[in-house]
Ligand binder design. Structure first.
Ligand code: CMP
Length: 410
């Protein structure tokens, strides 16, 4: 039976399978099912219940953990390696998601068969615990490493959607209330207005920085405008033609460097999907995609969302935010969601204080802290920072070893 032999041969190649008897190999091989996952398939997601254990016959997968809204690849596994053991041993949900990086063929064992096999071979349980300890240790070390910050682009298909208000107040809230290190990038290279809204007159802009063609963090920092509110802003050029010298590779270097040095890089993008805007969106971990309840703007929003889909942005990267810029509402939320085929994550309600704050050159957060519009903006911040500062419980090795102890020989 060639398939059975194939499975036995694979089991023999796996380092954590100690030399079992031929009968044992055969028993295990008979219980395994061969499953084929195309490239980019999520085999299972973090927090799913665990029902299967997998051994990779060919291909490659990445192990991805989401922590505090950030996704992190903690390992890649290839031929003869295994995954999915933790949830089966502890009864806890999956500790991470597993996604194929290539077409991947696995041997799949059900939870029950996995348990039977561990009972059959205590030395197998011991070997498994060694790999497990190494994995936990590795995850522990990585947790302590400095993680890069997150870039969040705020995008809308037209002007006057409340984009600058969201950008400024989101940044201010993250910096002031959530004590994050935040920098603001005005990438509306033609009509950027962040410093204007704050009534500020910066001396230098992104145009001056990009002429240097160097993206050393100290140099970038020296070009940031510091507003009395505490915000640090890289302003947009003073003249439309100055924006022309800025290339997509400048944008990529700039955002990459800022992410290394700040917790959050908040980007006010242009509504024009130029190569520069696309580069900023590409480099961003998330996009706050602003929409308004206006049928023409929604038509264009739909087209932009389709483009982002074609750019292969993951679904979770784009968070749709409905802003009410006037008291008139054309369409109900469910109709909008149907039209865009996308969930509205947050609604920022109409508030005349937004315009008054702009007229006074003061961020809304300072002008009217109890503004209803601000409540929506605060919700946006908490898409990226846990509301209750949860202390992440480290996955303690004792929990896993407890799971394994039941297989130890009495
Ligand atoms: P489980 O928690 O069931 O689902 C996610 C799987 O990712 C987990 O089991 C392990 O098999 C695997 N995994 C978790 N952390 C690591 C790591 N640091 N290195 C390799 N694999 C890991």
């Amino acid at each position: 039976m060639p398939e059975l032999e194939e499975k036995i041969n694979l089991l023999k190649e796996i380092p954590f399978f100690p030399s079992l008897t031929s009968e044992n190999y055969k028993t295990i091989a008979e219980k395994c099912r061969i499953v084929n996952f195309p490239i980019n398939t999520t085999i299972f997601s973090q927090n799913d219940p665990g029902n299967y254990f997998y051994i990779i016959q060919s291909g490659k997968v990445k192990i991805v953990r989401e922590e505090k809204g950030k996704e992190k690849t903690i390992a890649t596994l290839g031929k003869s390696e295994f995954f999915g053991e933790m949830a089966l041993l502890t009864g806890e949900p999956r500790s991470a998601s597993v996604v194929t990086l290539k077409e991947t063929i696995c041997l799949e064992l059900s939870k029950e068969d996995f348990n039977t096999i561990l009972e059959m071979s205590p030395s197998l349980a011991l070997n498994l615990s060694k790999v497990l300890s190494r994995r936990l240790l590795q995850s522990g070390i990585e947790e302590k490493e400095e993680e890069p910050g997150q870039a969040i682009s705020v995008y809308g298909v037209k002007d006057r959607m409340g984009k600058s208000t969201l950008v400024l107040n989101l940044s201010l809230y993250l910096a002031r209330e959530l004590k994050k290190k935040v920098v603001l990038l005005d990438l509306d290279l033609q009509y950027g207005d962040l410093t204007f809204i704050l009534g500020a007159k910066p001396e230098r802009t992104i145009f001056d920085l990009c002429q240097k063609k160097s993206y050393d963090i100290e140099l970038i920092d020296s070009y940031l405008f510091s507003h009395p509110s505490g915000l640090k802003i890289l302003p947009s050029p003073f003249k439309i033609e100055d924006g022309e010298i800025i290339e997509d590779k400048d944008i990529i270097s700039l955002i990459t460097q800022l992410k290394e040095n700040y917790d959050f890089v908040i980007i006010d993008t242009s509504s024009y999907l130029s190569p520069n805007t696309i580069s900023a969106l590409d480099c961003s971990n998330y996009i706050l995609f602003l929409i308004i309840s206006d049928i023409l703007a929604l038509k264009n929003s739909k087209t932009s969302l389709e483009l982002m889909k074609n750019l292969q942005y993951p679904e979770e990267k784009i968070k749709v935010i409905l802003t009410s810029v006037s008291q008139e509402v054309d369409l109900a939320q469910n109709k909008i969601q149907e039209l865009l085929n996308k969930e509205i994550k947050i609604v920022i309600s109409f508030d005349s204080a937004v315009h008054q704050a702009i007229l006074n050159g003061v961020p809304l957060l300072e002008f009217k802290p109890n503004s209803p519009a601000l409540q929506g903006i605060i919700k946006c911040a908490h898409l990226f920072v846990d509301k209750e500062k949860q202390i992440e419980k480290p996955t303690s090795s004792s929990k896993f070893l407890r799971g394994l102890s039941k297989f130890r020989k009495k």
